[in-house]
Structures are given as structure tokens and as C-alpha cells.
Design a protein around this ligand. Structure first.
Ligand code: AVI
Length: 320
């Protein structure tokens, strides 16, 4: 079925509040307390993330956009034109704009967990590209997810920029890549951005910027829990910490308890010792050949890879 051009449709597969509650309570009960990085992206968190992407220290966004700008038509040759283009974690849909002219998708299908942000971005994109057909899906792609796909559509491609794959632990990254391969089907292509390992000084600055935007992004998680789960986190009693863990090849973000304290969340009490942390995010940095191996194990073969001239970031085209 060929949808009429230039329309926005919205599909809400909303992750239920019960998911958030269970995730937070389970994560805070672990010996090493953990919260899922997907919890960052409420409306404020999405705004703060957009601000991060413009920081002088945060190289991934501008580097990836430059790679897309320089190699866009080659990427379109690989992905194919006039197809159904799914974008995972579309956020503000900024990067896709670099590729739209080259790709000319029949339907652009952005998927994002943040409902308001997704809606705003879909309408802003429709205003800029009046001929584009947009089917926006609010869904949590980190779990098995539904998409508004017509069974007649066979020419599917996916775009997963930003190195968001790096925010998954390796086993979860494998599962997600495998799910994407299954959605795409044989012959489908995935264009995916992957951050590369580099000097700890560059990485530490990128995740602990001078203006404190990343710190605010990290701490906003506690604001969200206070609001949505009747939490009583005192933001003055936690601080942001980010560092490159060389052995694991990942940047880790933590919230560090400044004092011994007890915090109530959804009626349950959690103890924090001074210096104890909540691990809120890992951001894995993959050498090219390591990522190729992980992708191949998930059913995606490396076709081509593009990098910038400083080898900061990579964009891979993989084929099912
Ligand atoms: C979305 N994700 C790829 C970002 C990253 O770099 O891991 C999230 C982020 N965390 C702190 N700064 C940016």
C-alpha cells in the first residue's frame, strides 16, 4: 500500500508507568545500584540531551553529522531509495534531515520513547518537508517492540544514529541488533552510528562538560523519580561523576551520594553510604572490527564503514 504523501500519523505503544516503577525499584535494590539510561529521556531530559549535543566537548553529534553530510549519497546507494525508513531513537530527527534528500524514503518511521518530543519533532519535520510521509511510533525499542508496519512493505531500512547502541550492555546490544535484523528481514540494511575508543581526556571531558549540562542531565533522573514515583531525593546530596573505564572500553556515568542518607521512592526506603553510587549509564566505544564481530553474531554483515579524518566516530552500513 502506498500511503498518501506528506502526512503525519502517530502510533502510541506507550511504555506503561508500571515499567518505570518496577525498573527503578529493582535497580535501587541492587548491590551496585543501577538505573536504566532510558529513564533520562523525559521531556526535560530530552531537552538537556539536545543541549549536550551542542556542547564544545561533546564531539559525537557534530562528527557523525559531518560523516553523514560528506558520505550521504554513498550511504543512500547502499540503503536504497524510496523505501520504508525506520529510525530508532529519533529524538529531534535532526540527523535524518542530512540524509532525506539523498534517501527520499516512501515512509519515514521515527521511533522514540519520549512522546511529547516525538510529536513535536514529527510535526516540525513535516513543516520542513511537506512531501514526507511520517508514521511516528512512541515505543521502547530496548524491549521487544511493535511497529506500525504494513505487511506489504518489504523494502525496509533502518537508521540508528548517535551511538545509542553503546548505551546497551553487550548482551543487550546483541539482542537489539538481532531484533532489528528480524524486523528488517533478509536483504534489509541498517545504517548505524558507533563511537570509537579514543583518549580518556577527550572522553572524560565529553561526559563531564565545563558548563555542567551533562551533570544536570544525569541529576534530572532523580527529579523524574521524585515527580513520578513520589521520591524524596535531595539533589544537593548527589553529584555527577563520569569517567572512561579503559578495561571495559566504556564511559560510565554515576550519581554519587555525598552523605550517608536514606531516600524514599514509591513507599520504599533505600540506604546510601557516603560515596556510594548509582550507575546510570554506560557508553561503550567499539573499535571497528569489534563492532563488526558483534553485528555478525547478531545476523548483520558489515558492508561499508565511514569515519571522520580524526577517527573519532564511525557509521556502518550492515546487511541482514
Ligand atoms: C544517547 N547516547 C548515545 C549518549 C552517549 O553519548 O552515550 C548519551 C549521553 N550521556 C551523556 N552524554 C550523552
Amino acid at each position: 500500500a502506498r500511503p498518501s504523501r506528506g502526512s503525519v500519523r502517530f502510533f502510541d505503544y506507550r511504555p506503561t508507568p508500571a515499567d518505570v516503577r518496577a525498573e527503578v525499584l529493582n535497580g535501587l535494590a541492587l548491590v551496585q545500584k543501577r538505573l536504566s539510561p532510558k529513564l533520562f529521556y523525559d521531556q526535560r531530559g530530552s531537552q538537556l540531551f539536545d543541549a549536550i549535543t551542542e556542547l564544545p566537548e561533546y564531539y559525537p553529534t557534530r562528527t557523525e553529522i559531518e560523516i553523514l553530510r560528506v558520505h550521504g549519497s554513498e550511504m543512500a546507494d547502499r540503503l536504497g531509495r524510496d523505501n520504508i525508513l525506520i529510525e530508532l531513537g529519533s529524538g529531534s530527527s535532526l540527523k535524518i534531515q542530512t540524509l532525506l534528500a539523498a534517501l527520499q524514503p516512501r515512509v519515514y518511521l521515527p521511533v522514540d520513547i519520549s512522546r511529547e518530543h516525538l510529536l513535536e519533532s514529527a510535526h516540525a519535520l513535516a513543516a520542513r518537508f511537506p512531501d514526507l510521509t511520517i508514521h511516528a511510533a512512541c515505543a521502547d525499542y530496548s524491549a521487544p517492540f511493535q511497529l506500525p508496519l504494513d505487511p506489504e512493505w518489504t523494502d525496509l531500512a533502518a537508521f540508528f544514529p548517535g551511538s545509542s547502541i553503546g548505551n546497551f550492555d553487550p548482551a543487550d546490544a546483541h539482542q537489539l541488533l538481532n531484533r532489528i535484523a528480524q524486523v528488517l528481514g533478509s536483504g534489509g540494511r541498517l545504517l548505524i552510528g558507533v563511537d570509537l575508543p579514543k583518549s580518556p581526556a577527550i572522553l572524560n571531558a565529553a561526559y563531564d562538560d565545563a558548563q555542567g549540562v551533562t551533570a544536570a542531565f544525569n541529576l534530572n533522573l532523580l527529579v523524574r523519580i521524585n515527580r513520578e514515583l513520589e521520591g524524596d531525593f535531595d539533589l544537593d546530596h548527589f553529584s555527577h561523576r563520569a569517567f572512561f573505564n579503559t578495561r571495559e572500553s566504556r564511559v560510565e556515568m554515576h550519581l554519587v551520594s555525598r552523605i550517608d542518607q536514606r531516600v524514599r521512592v514509591a513507599g520504599q526506603l533505600f540506604h546510601f553510604q557516603k560515596g556510594e553510587t548509582i550507575h546510570t549509564e554506560s557508553s561503550y566505544k567499539y573499535p571497528l572490527e569489534v563492532f563488526h564481530r558483534i553485528a555478525a553474531e547478531a545476523g548483520l554483515q558489515a558492508e561499508q564503514v565511514w569515519t571522520d579524518d580524526q577517527d573519532l566516530f564511525s557509521v556502518h552500513c550492515l546487511r541482514v
